[in-house]
Each structure stands twice: as C-alpha cells, then as structure tokens.
Design a protein around this ligand. Structure first.
Ligand code: GAR
Length: 209
C-alpha cells in the first residue's frame, strides 16, 4: 500500500473526493495516511478529523521565506514516508528542494485546461475570473506532476467542462469541481498507486488498459 499525503490550504473538497473514492475502494494500492495544512483552522482539517485521518499544520506564516518553509514540509513528508504527495487546493508554491526529494511523486489538481490560465498568480477563483474575461467556451481541470516549473509538469489527466453564457467565477468553479476535479484527481491518484503512469521524454503516459 502506498502512503498518500495530501497537502491542503482551504475547504478541502478535493480531499473529500479522495476520501470518498478511497471508501468506495476506488484508490487501488494506496491509502491517505496524512493531511498537511498550510494554515490553522481550515475546513480540510475538519474533514481529515471526521474521517480518522492523521493531520498536522505547518503554518506558512511562521516561516521567513519559501526555502525554510519548503524544508519543513519536505522533512515532514520524509518522516511520513510519503509515496505520493497530492496538492489538493494547496496554495503555496514550494521550491526545488521538495521536487528533488520526491521526483514525479507529487501531483497537483489545477482548475483549468493547462497550458491555459496557469502559472504564478493563477489559483482558486482567479483562474475562473480570467477564463470568463477571455470568453473561452470550454474550460476544465488538469492533474499534473509537480516540477520546478509552476503548473508546468507532465500532464496526467484532463477533463473539459463547458462554459455557460451566464456563468460567474463561482458557478464555473463549482461546475469544474463537480464535473472534472473531483473525478480526475482520485482517478489519477489510483493510476499512480497502481503503477500505471510512466514518464518518457518529459511527458506522462497513462496505461488506460
Ligand atoms: C480547487 O478548485 C483547486 O483546483 C484549486 O483551488 C481549489 C481548492 O478547493 N487549486 C488551485 O488553484 C491551485 N493552483 P478545495 O480546497 O475545496 O479542494
């Protein structure tokens, strides 16, 4: 069984999707062993507690810079013997120390079809505000490996979602979560735990059988 450590910063609906998928037996070969939050008091911690999952908080604001924060998170991930690390609404960009310690063992869910609306500054509702500003007719979600380039690692799964004329950032966010993120994140996690993802020439290849 692979140890899955989930990093969170907010409400944790993607964490909930992972918990529910694990309960349904849809995460084959892995279990959520720990949740790490970057902030005290976030609802994701409540979800971990309600489901008997160990959690801890490593508060971003207590560290002077990103290097010392990344070191603290990396040490904790090593201590937890993480086999897979999932960024599930984790809003801090860690530096290369963690990428070197866990190469192609970290994945992130992003609420757009990468390479659109991604990179530094594109997180949470801002992503959907920009998509609506541009007038795109299709958006969606992407699960990708975390590398040193923000939102630039190999793409594992993507799911498109139609944009409606009367969408607000909030309605678009909700539709993308329900119809894309909550489906492809657990699927990608299971594929990883079943050793069905390979990296070749900087791209991820998924064995869909
Ligand atoms: C999700 O939409 C996730 O894709 C996004 O933040 C939300 C977190 O919701 N992540 C990013 O924008 C990362 N760049 P959640 O806490 O309810 O899972």
């Amino acid at each position: 069984m692979k140890n899955i450590v989930v990093l969170v910063s907010g409400g944790g609906t993607n964490l909930q999707a992972l918990i529910d998928a694990e309960k349904r037996g849809e995460i084959k070969g892995g279990k959520i062993s720990c949740v790490i939050a970057s902030k005290e008091g976030v609802y994701a911690l409540e979800r971990a507690a309600q489901n008997g999952i160990k959690s801890c908080v490593i508060p971003r604001k207590e560290y002077a810079d990103i290097a010392s924060y990344t070191k603290a998170v990396t040490d904790k991930l090593i201590e937890e013997k993480a086999d897979l690390i999932v960024y599930a609404g984790f809003m801090t960009i860690l530096d290369e120390q963690v990428v070197k310690a866990f190469p192609y063992k970290m994945m992130n869910v992003h609420p757009a079809l990468i390479p659109s609306f991604c990179g530094k500054g594109y997180y949470g509702l801002h992503v959907h505000e920009e998509a609506l500003k541009k007038g795109v007719k299709v958006s969606g979600a992407t699960v990708h490996f975390v590398t040193e380039e923000c939102d630039g690692g190999p793409i594992i799964l993507q799911e498109p979602v139609a944009v409606e004329n009367d969408d607000t950032p909030e309605t678009l966010q909700r539709r993308i979560m329900e119809n894309a993120e909550w489906k492809i994140l657990p699927r990608a996690v299971s594929l990883f735990c079943e050793d069905r993802i390979t990296i070749k020439d900087g791209k991820a290849y998924v064995d869909l059988k």
